[in-house]
Design a protein around this ligand. Structure first.
Ligand SMILES: [Zn+2]
Length: 436
């Protein structure tokens, strides 16, 4: 069966190097505009680019993690067009001989979203549009970018979310900051021509843009209109896409070989080994009979959580280890192994965990333990109370005193210690508030 909706992505990720892609200017140290610049990244006549090997190393590691076929030698092209953010009138990018081709990310359903290619290119300068003039900041000019292009294998929003989260997790574990600068072009076709939505920042807007396009194209088709191949932009404030132009092709740019860089062998560059959250979560879930989803949630963007699970889940119950990790996140703390173990023991013994207990643990004090309570009983009482009474959750968001009301209700019903209920509620309530 032909899939109705097809989504393909072009994702731009900033490569975290100290210096820019073709010069030794600081890539990310921005105090003042135009302070991190030189003749190369300002495009002065006669300046020549020098390749940053560290950027290639990181790019190669990403390619490896995405099972992409890495080239032995690479080369670059000049994409020629005139725009004020590009003083040399061309952007150095890769077309015919990119860092890698092919590859995939495997979803939990075992479906593979194929990668088409991965290439390196330079970021242009930043333009700040004011009322009746514009400013250009060249600090960004020449920063290394990685472009990851997928095949149109994503068929719905859930797959889009899962693909992006797994990609972001892989990038995170390779040391790439995924909270800033993750930009994407989202290509959507809903039984028609491909429409490209340019320059979207962040996953939330990618989802909104894709949703809007799916509906827009469906409505257009229903009214008998023909969907043309075109480029649109995303208007985040109104959550809509707006037509920019009929789609241009690479032939409309001047593309020439970049002679100043030539052929560059990347065969001997080292590779950082990848971490696959989905795969690891599956293994851990099987090993400790835990929920795969719960483990993914903990480790996806938290290397420390993965280490703690690996270290302690053999000795302590996995749900105790996960509760302790949640406590660390909630109180924004890190503990050394010895103190983390003290926290595990405290949770195992149903001790009330609040900022006071955490301080005691940090200072190495002995923690008082209370009587044993059936943990699962209290958890399920809290869960069902919050599930059955949605108004309670709404009230809690506006009035934190509701917290004590919930404790009181459960303490009365189960004759349990309010302190213990409060500990569990502290862990469970944020999930409900976050809508999980
Ligand atoms: Zn420079």
């Amino acid at each position: 069966m032909m899939e109705a909706i097809k989504i393909g992505l072009e994702i731009h990720v900033a490569i975290p190097t100290k210096t820019k892609l073709f010069c030794s200017c600081n890539a990310y140290n921005e105090q003042e505009p135009n302070m991190s610049v030189c003749p190369i990244c300002m495009g002065f006549p006669g300046s020549k680019p020098m390749l940053n090997a560290k950027a290639l190393e990181i790019a190669k590691s990403v390619a490896n993690a995405l099972h992409s076929d890495i080239a032995k030698t690479i080369s670059f092209e000049r994409k020629v067009y005139f725009y004020p953010d590009l003083p040399k009138s061309f952007q150095i990018t890769q077309l015919s001989n990119p860092i890698s081709q092919g590859g995939f990310i495997e979803l939990q359903s075992s479906k593979k979203i194929r990668i088409r290619r991965i290439q390196i290119e330079e970021d242009p300068a930043k333009i700040l549009h004011e009322e009746d003039y514009s400013l250009i900041d060249f600090n960004r000019s020449g920063r290394p970018l990685l472009e990851i292009v997928t095949e149109p294998d994503i068929f719905n929003i859930d797959e889009l979310k899962e693909f992006m989260n797994e990609l972001k997790s892989i990038l995170y574990y390779l040391g790439i900051d995924i909270n800033t600068e993750l930009k994407a072009d989202v290509n959507v076709s809903n039984q028609g021509e491909r429409v490209e939505v340019k320059n979207i920042t962040g996953l939330k807007d990618m989802i909104n843009a894709a949703l809007f396009e799916i509906k827009r194209q469906e409505a257009a088709r229903a009214s008998g209109a023909i969907i043309n191949k075109e480029t649109r932009s995303y208007d985040g404030a109104n959550m809509i896409t707006v037509s920019m132009r009929e789609k241009e092709s690479d032939e409309e740019y001047g593309i020439i070989y970049e002679p100043d860089l030539g052929e560059y062998s990347i065969k001997n560059l080292p590779i950082i080994e990848p971490t696959y959250t989905n795969k690891i979560a599956k293994e851990l879930a099987e090993k400790y009979s835990a929920s795969e989803k719960l483990i993914i949630e903990q480790i996806m963007f938290d290397k420390n959580a993965l280490q703690l699970i690996n270290k302690f889940a053999g000795t302590y119950k996995i749900n105790i280890v996960i509760s302790a990790i949640e406590v660390l996140k909630r109180y924004n703390k890190t503990l050394d192994d010895e103190k983390f173990e003290a926290l595990l023991i405290a949770i195992s013994k149903n001790v009330l965990i609040n900022s006071e207990t955490i301080n005691d643990i940090e200072q190495g004090k002995t923690i008082e333990t209370s009587s044993e309570i059936d943990e699962s009983l209290i958890d399920s009482a809290i869960n069902s109370m919050l599930l059955e009474n949605k108004q309670l959750l709404k009230d809690y968001v506006n009035n934190p005193k509701v917290f004590n009301f919930i404790i009181g209700q459960i303490a009365k019903k189960y004759n349990a210690s309010p302190k213990y209920i409060s500990t569990r509620l502290n862990i469970l309530l944020p999930k409900f508030v976050a809508g999980k």
